[in-house]
Design a protein around this ligand. Structure first.
Ligand code: HEC
Length: 117
């Protein structure tokens, strides 16, 4: 009897930990992220899910998916200007984020990484 009780306790503990972990993984605000992307002008070239002047954010998310350094890569791309090639072949320095708000940037990268389901 005692053993059973302990088991139940451990199980409920694990469930609570699982819940915490999953809510931490979803701790981004999609509306806020989109608003920032809009404000920063990302949507001028990247649509959410169809190709524009550049790949869609969903395609970008897909190409990063599963890479262990996905977040670092994304962050690098958004904070260090590098040359990128457009669909029509022209090359330009990629736009970097104007905001220096780390929490807002993390919210944006989490959201982008979440787009590839
Ligand atoms: C002037 C047009 C333009 C703007 C504005 C722009 N991008 Fe890009 N971006 C590109 C091009 C072109 C590429 C490279 C080719 C491609 O992805 O189609 C690129 C590449 C990227 C990549 C890397 C994709 C990969 O797979 O390597 C990321 C991430 C990205 N953009 C995110 C953003 C975000 C977020 C913003 C807003 C801060 C933004 N871009 C604004 C044109 C733009």
């Amino acid at each position: 009897m005692k053993k059973l009780k302990l088991h139940a306790l451990v199980m409920s503990g694990l469930c609570a930990a699982g819940l915490l972990a999953s809510s931490a993984a979803l701790a981004f605000d999609a509306d806020e992220a989109q608003a920032l992307a809009k404000k920063e002008g990302c949507f001028k070239c990247h649509a959410l899910d169809k190709k524009k002047e550049a790949k869609s954010l969903t395609d970008i998310s897909k190409s990063l998916k599963g890479k262990s350094d996905a977040e670092a890569k994304l962050l690098h791309h958004l904070t260090v200007p590098e040359m990128v090639k457009f669909e029509d072949g022209k090359e330009e320095e990629h736009k970097i984020l104007k905001t220096k708000d780390k929490a807002a940037i993390k919210n944006l990268t989490d959201w982008i990484l979440s787009l590839a389901k």
